[in-house]
Design a protein around this ligand. Structure first.
Ligand code: MD3
Ligand code: FE
Length: 218
């Protein structure tokens, strides 16, 4: 009898919180109720600030295509990488951060124990099959107390959650459509990356994975 009741609870709550480190959490499926709203807002953003291929200062192309919204957008080219208030492609301010992004990021951060998160930048990474992101640290943000919230959409990915030096061993965690990762505090400066995306087709997003990372840049 009680087993049946628990089974029913599980069906009503398909979301879970997985702790992958002291202050890093995967919130399984927590973006699913907002996906339509997120994708509508995203389409408007990408209409004004299109995804583009970027180059590292050393001249290598990033395999994910990037854009941004919010007060600050991140980009890299042969001159270096930085946060900027204007999109160098359009010479316009980055599109405004949608309220749906702000609300979801705030709720997710709170679930992970970070209260009153107000991101001022959202990086948008679009991965086609084969695209990856090498191990790196997110250290261009001035605020080291604010967490980062990442929303995965579309094709699944295997992300690498490493240590505080590039060569430290990394855990591998699969991320699926609708999953949110929140990390901050003592885990804020961990190396992390994404293994090459495997070919596949997602019913809403087709042959791609989109990741939103919400940050406090200033
Ligand atoms: C950081 N994006 O934009 S976010 C980035 O999926 C970036 O597009 C990746 O890294 C992406 O800077 C990864 C997810 C993530 C997950 C776990 C982490 C980032 C993490 C653990 C520690 C630090
Ligand atoms: Fe990163």
């Amino acid at each position: 009898m009680s087993l049946d009741l628990f089974a029913e609870d599980d069906l009503q709550q398909p979301t879970r919180v997985e702790r992958i480190s002291e202050q890093a959490f995967v919130l399984r499926g927590h973006a699913l109720p907002q996906v339509d709203e997120l994708l509508t807002a995203l389409a408007n953003i990408l209409n004004c600030a299109p995804l583009r291929q970027m180059q590292t200062p050393a001249g290598f192309a990033l395999s994910a295509r990037l854009s941004s919204c919010g007060d600050w957008g991140w980009y890299t080219d042969r001159n270096g990488y930085r946060y900027s208030a204007t999109d160098p492609l359009t010479a316009q301010p980055w599109p405004a951060m949608p309220v749906a992004f702000l609300a979801l990021a705030r709720a997710a951060a709170s679930t992970a124990g970070f209260e009153d998160f107000v991101p001022d930048a959202c990086l948008i990474n679009a991965y086609a099959p084969g695209a990856k992101m090498s191990l790196h640290q997110d250290k261009d943000e001035r605020s080291c107390t604010a967490p980062i919230v990442s929303v995965s959409l579309g094709l699944p990915a295997v992300f690498q959650f490493g240590g505080f030096q590039r060569n430290a061993p990394a855990q591998r965690v699969s991320l699926f459509h609708g999953d949110i990762v929140v990390w901050g505090g003592v885990d804020r400066l961990r190396y992390h990356g994404v293994l090459p995306i495997q070919p596949g087709h997602h019913p809403l997003l087709g042959e791609q994975r989109i990741n939103l990372t919400l940050r406090k840049a200033r």
